[in-house]
Design a protein around this ligand. Structure first.
Ligand code: NAP
Length: 280
């Protein structure tokens, strides 16, 4: 079997066109959704993610601003900045680009964000609401993954989903979202025994491990849908947590790297900013 490629770029473009219509409606009410990105330091990878966010914001017709700080900024100065953003009615969404320098507590900074403006969905309030199945701003990568699965026409009801990785930003939230759609979810992590057995009856495999080409075609059940969250630069070439060449021979559909989950994550961020603006 040769897998269908689930193009995150294409799915994101379609969603952005719909989002633009929602933005036009808001603009008629004199509301222009605005996203602020807080960027500390000069990490090359962070700068390129931020550039992609700005590009998508333009496509959807929303405003975006990057607040840049050098890596010497103190924790209290960053917290003060967050307070100012929280008070500013013209700003609907804020994210803090991670990682932060070691002297700044990520937990303190993220917890300071007003949950109504927390478009990354990382605050305890929004994570709690997700857990309880309440309406909330859902974190972007899991939200993007769910949109991609939806784009394939997959009904998760009664399906087996194996998630590899239990991080707070990917593995845990995507497991909850799949469970809310009545999938039976198996969550795997570094202490999981016999990973291959956990994959054997999976209809959908979601891999967020952070190890290049960690999963290969031999481990993928024939016909499964594979969502590859990982992103690695190996000798100047990007690849995911899944060995695409072998996995695409077994899967019925698979996300590429690049052009898979990455653009969907950014698209979800833009959608969350629009949702935050619609709620005011
Ligand atoms: P993370 O916080 O490092 O978590 C990795 C998870 O993988 C952990 O739960 C860990 O288990 C598990 N793991 C590690 N080794 C394993 C093994 N041998 N067997 C089974 N599980 C194992 O990573 P993350 O933030 O979720 O990100 C994962 C990957 O996705 C990274 O490559 C990251 O760059 C990428 N990513 C991409 C996007 C995007 O938009 N494209 C967004 C977010 C992340 P333990 O909990 O037991 O340690």
């Amino acid at each position: 079997m040769t897998a269908k490629i689930i193009s995150g770029r294409e799915v994101a473009e379609n969603i952005l066109q719909d989002l633009k219509k929602r933005v036009d409606i808001l603009k008629k009410k004199n509301i222009t959704p605005k996203l602020v990105v807080v960027l500390v330091g000069d990490m090359k990878a962070s700068a390129s993610y931020v550039a992609q966010k700005e590009k998508f914001a333009v496509k959807a017709g929303i405003d975006s601003e990057v607040l840049r700080f050098n890596s010497e900024i103190s924790e209290s100065e960053i917290l003060n900045q967050i307070d100012e953003i929280n008070k500013d009615d013209e700003i609907h969404g804020v994210i803090v680009q991670l990682p932060l320098p070691d002297h700044i507590s990520v937990t303190k900074v993220l917890n300071r964000i007003d949950p109504k403006k927390d478009v990354d969905g990382f605050t305890p309030t929004n994570v709690g609401k997700l857990f309880l199945g309440e309406e909330t701003l859902v974190s972007c990568t899991p939200k993007g993954i769910m949109s991609m699965l939806e784009s394939t026409g997959t009904d998760l009801n009664g399906k087996n989903v194996t998630v590899i990785g239990r991080s707070n930003i990917v593995g845990k939230p995507v497991s909850i979202l799949c469970q809310q759609q009545n999938a039976t979810v198996t969550m795997c992590h570094s202490r999981t025994k016999d990973l291959n057995a956990k994959l054997a009856d999976a209809d959908v495999v979601i891999v967020a491990v952070g190890v290049a080409k960690f999963i290969n075609g031999d481990q993928i059940p024939s016909g499964a849908i594979v969502i590859d969250v990982g992103i690695h630069n190996i000798d100047g070439k990007l690849c995911g947590d899944v060995d695409f060449e072998t996995a695409s021979e077994k899967a019925s559909a698979i996300t590429p790297v690049p052009g898979g989950v990455g653009p969907m994550t950014v698209c979800a961020l833009i959608e969350n900013t629009i949702i935050a603006a619609e709620r005011i």
